[in-house]
Design a protein around this ligand. Structure first.
Ligand SMILES: *Cc1c(COP(=O)(O)O)cnc(C)c1O
Length: 394
């Protein structure tokens, strides 16, 4: 396990690091020191544990999907992150970082958001702890995600439209970075996945690994009355829900499978499969696999699910891939849509479209997985996607 902790430069093997402008270095170093101090302080853990239990609703259940197990011919379980407050795993990280910001004496938090899920989770944590909140969001995304924009405003958060560029996530990231450089004395920047410059990939993984640690207790093959998993499957956008459930099992005999978005198909170039079809380079402050052209220009990603629509991936996953600690596969939009319907119909759980990718891979591989105990990280619920699916089904 020690080998896969980042080194002092924040690297996981040849990936990760801190590729950031000079002006951000003091902020990143301050954050690293503050996180290290908090993470070795029992009183920080006590407060976080309290909030995760009574506010977020942890531990989330593990649930055996009886009807789907029978239909697919395997022993299928779900880790129910969809039952966490606000409907996905993202809240584990935003509550942790907001608590850290409070400890650092920062009265203001900023974030960027694409579809609005990370923005809502950030706004929720800020409302909980009484911290001022501003979320950068592309103007195009603001139009497409009106409901999440309104949610953030209800939660007392200022949503700042970004009109530069095409008005999507990449532009919002740049503006949030610019804000942080100018306001770092008073402001903490919450990144929403295991991406970005050190210490973010490490810190976000530490906040999300509670998912896998709970699973180890819930499915221990002994006193719990539940078997140990043979295979753990999770979708990968930036990679935080996957890393959260994988990390405690890294290096064990459990097979770990990360499912990326193949979008319209890998051969079309319109996808979000950075690990499966990308190559190493630098994006948003760290060295990792990404989608780029021959000149090293970052390419647009595509996925039917907003959470997987990102051209990079967390650097620790890049290291897991190269070292064979986890394997990475991809699933198309069409396959994910089919799995979305399958799960809704057979288990009464409408999953997030992101999560549906993980189920689609399991359904495709059912012959190979026959009889195995398979756990899917059910990263989120699908309420946010119902309108989109209804429109696509027409
Ligand atoms: C944001 C999101 C994802 C993708 O983010 P990761 O960092 O890869 O976990 C996956 N599932 C759901 C439900 C999400 O909201």
């Amino acid at each position: 396990m020690t080998l896969i902790r980042p080194d002092e430069r924040g690297r996981f093997g040849e990936f990760g690091g801190r590729f950031a402008p000079e002006t951000l270095m003091p902020a990143l170093l301050e954050l690293e020191a503050a996180f290290e101090a908090a993470w070795s302080d029992p009183s920080f853990h006590a407060e976080l544990r309290h909030l995760l239990r009574d506010f977020v609703g942890r531990p989330t259940p593990v649930y055996r999907a009886d009807r789907l197990s029978q239909e697919l011919g395997l022993d299928l379980w779900f880790k129910r992150e969809d039952l966490a407050h606000t409907g996905a795993h993202k809240i584990n990280n935003t509550v942790g970082q907001a608590l850290l910001a409070k400890r650092m004496g920062k009265p203001r938090i900023i974030a960027e958001t694409g579809a609005g899920q990370h923005g809502v989770a950030t706004a929720t944590a800020c409302a909980l702890l009484g911290i001022e909140c501003a979320v950068y969001m592309g103007a195009t995304d603001i139009e497409r995600q009106a409901l999440n924009v309104y949610r953030m405003r209800l939660l007392g958060c200022e949503v700042i439209p970004v009109t530069k560029g095409p008005g999507t996530l990449k532009d919002a990231v740049s503006e949030a970075m610019r804000d942080w450089v100018a306001t770092v004395e008073t402001t903490h920047y919450i990144i929403g996945s295991v991406v970005g410059p050190h210490p973010f990939p490490w810190m976000v993984r530490e906040f999300q690994k509670v998912i896998g640690e709970e699973l180890q207790e819930q499915m221990d093959g002994g006193d719990s009355g539940r078997p140990r998993p043979d295979v753990i499957v999770a979708c990968v956008g930036g990679g935080s829900n996957a890393m959260g459930i994988f990390y405690p099992y890294a290096g064990s005999s459990v097979r770990l499978v990360g499912v990326e978005a193949a979008g319209h198909g890998l051969e079309t170039g319109e996808h979000g499969a950075s690990l499966v079809a990308g190559s190493p380079g630098v994006i948003h402050g760290s060295r990792t696999y990404l989608l780029q052209d021959d000149a090293g220009q970052v390419l647009e990603a595509h996925s039917v699910s907003a959470g997987l629509d990102y051209p990079g991936v967390g650097p620790e996953h890049a290291n897991f891939k190269d070292r064979g600690i986890a394997e990475y596969v991809s699933i198309t939009d069409a396959e994910a849509m089919e799995a979305f319907h399958l799960l809704s119909r057979t288990e009464g759980i409408i999953p997030a479209l992101e999560t549906a990718h993980a189920l689609a891979w399991v359904a495709n591989e059912r012959d190979d997985l026959a009889g195995k105990t398979v756990v899917i990280n059910l990263s989120g619920r699908g309420d946010k996607d119902v309108q989109q699916v209804a429109a696509l089904d027409e």
